[in-house]
Design a protein around this ligand. Structure first.
Ligand SMILES: [Zn+2]
Length: 476
């Protein structure tokens, strides 16, 4: 067990590049090439590729499985989220054999000719917090995704750093942060981050979801899509992004023979670069939760909304950090600390290491595969007890997984809100249709709860609807 103390650190959501670069940096040699040779037995290894060839070697050094590195620390889940099952398996095999280009090809990423990110990116607030908490900074996976230019957690712009071969780079702490961000940028970041842990989307179902939304937006009939109008509206919507991102400009270039966005409908067999889907989702849906609900054709579930008091992220982190140390000193097991302090297992391990505390070991009850299934079900808003029953685990196992994903908690709240809104609107419209005397009082009598919910949460829509139906005495 003592060996565990010497395993290198692995932070939650850290990129494989970041871990590999730290290992190489910590190897004291005359040159980076020599360190690369010492650590990975290959002096010419390229560390910062999206699909790096060193995953098996890194897994061995970090004392974890390849699957953990691929699923939790690489960009693979993002690049494979819209591909079909057999393509994903082929790509994964290639990636673990160190054949990056085969992996790209299996996912249809070479054919799409959309270049990789030119920069490594980091959030100045995250970097400063990392430095305070761990004494060092690291690269976060969600910040390296294509078209992501803001930190979803801190709502500020990411700082870009040019990639350099043969030079190991890390984020700098104490850099000023810029909060001048645009709604579309925020939405793109939120959607792209969501895709990292959402599991896989089936193309035929995905396209049906797009078609339904296009229809609702008047951009399609039941028979066909209005390609020209759809293109023009998206062209306009992404005008700012087109100016800053060459890949997006290229997609919307009028000379392009491929005809984005309509071409995603041409063949549901071929894979498209995820950025095409991200752009379409961003344009068609209100937020990631809206998209997931639309995709999963969610059945109606109502759960009471819980009120969350807004706190600064730094305050939350600091409070958590203190709680973890408190529980560590009380000698609680990892599992209990995760539950009580509402943090991920990785955070507890990191804090324990930084404090020189050995964790009381307890056997893990669920494996990575089950954990991933739980995460997916949590993302689409299934109640925790239903997930537990379906997957044959305990409710506290499910809650433990959820506690490690604050972003999914927020997403679930939005999904519940969105479902409740949908139900209340439907119920209200149905009641309105059955009223012979259009007075607000009568409407309230018949569907009081939905009326009051909409009054509190969706007032603009409620009043618009009442106006459209020419209700009298609207002021009551
Ligand atoms: Zn941040």
């Amino acid at each position: 067990m003592e060996l565990l103390q010497y395993l290198p650190r692995r932070y939650k959501g850290e990129t494989v590049y970041s871990m590999a670069a730290r290992l190489v940096l910590n190897d004291i040699s005359v040159s980076t090439s020599r360190s690369l040779q010492n650590v990975f037995h290959n002096r010419n290894l390229q560390l910062d590729s999206a699909f790096p060839s060193f995953i098996p070697a890194l897994a061995e050094k970090m004392g974890c499985s390849c699957d953990e590195l691929v699923q939790q620390h690489s960009l693979f889940p993002y690049f494979s989220v819209f591909a079909n099952g057999s393509a994903i398996r082929r790509a994964l095999t290639a990636l673990l054999n160190g054949e990056s280009s085969v992996a790209y090809k299996a996912l249809g990423l070479l054919a799409s000719r959309l270049a990789d990110e030119a920069y490594l990116k980091y959030c100045p607030v995250c970097a400063t917090q990392q430095k305070v908490a761990y004494g060092e900074t690291y690269w976060r996976r969600e910040h390296q995704l294509p078209m992501v230019n803001v930190c979803v957690e801190h709502h500020c712009k990411l700082i870009q750093v040019s990639r350099k071969r043969k030079q190991l780079l890390f984020p700098e702490s104490d850099k000023p942060s810029n909060y001048d961000i645009d709604v579309v940028e925020m939405k793109l970041a939120e959607i792209s981050t969501g895709l990292l842990s959402s599991g896989h989307f089936e193309t035929a179902k995905l396209l049906r979801g797009y078609a339904a939304r296009l229809f609702a937006r008047g951009l399609a009939t039941t028979k066909s899509v209005h390609h020209g109008r759809w293109f023009n509206e998206m062209f306009e919507y992404f005008s700012l992004l087109r100016a800053h991102d060459d890949r997006v400009a290229q997609l919307f270039s009028k000379q392009s023979e491929h005809g984005f966005p309509a071409n995603v409908f041409y063949s549901d067999k071929s894979s498209h670069h995820p950025i095409k889907h991200v752009l379409i989702i961003c344009f068609l849906f209100e937020h990631f939760g809206d998209f997931v609900v639309n995709y999963s054709n969610a059945s109606t579930i109502t759960t009471q909304q819980s009120k969350v008091k807004p706190l600064k992220q730094s305050e939350i982190d600091q409070a958590r950090y203190k709680r973890v140390i408190h529980y560590l000193n009380q000698n609680l097991s990892l599992r209990q600390i995760v539950k009580n302090a509402n943090v991920s297992a990785a955070t507890v391990r990191n804090i324990a290491r930084s404090q020189g505390i050995t964790l009381t070991s307890s056997k893990r009850k669920i494996n990575d595969g089950v954990e991933r299934l739980i995460t997916i079900k949590l993302m689409v808003g299934w109640p925790t007890e239903v997930i537990a029953a379906r997957l044959g685990v305990s409710k506290s196992d499910v809650e433990q997984v959820l506690s490690g994903h604050p972003e999914i908690k927020a997403l679930r709240q939005r999904i519940r809100h969105y479902r409740k809104r949908h139900e209340s609107r439907d119920s209200l419209l149905e009641t309105v249709a059955g009223l012979s005397d259009l007075r607000v009082k009568h409407l309230k009598d018949r569907c009081y709860r939905d009326y009051m919910w909409l009054y509190k949460n969706d007032r603009a829509w409620l009043f618009d609807t009442l106006k459209q139906h020419s209700f009298s005495n609207l002021k009551s």
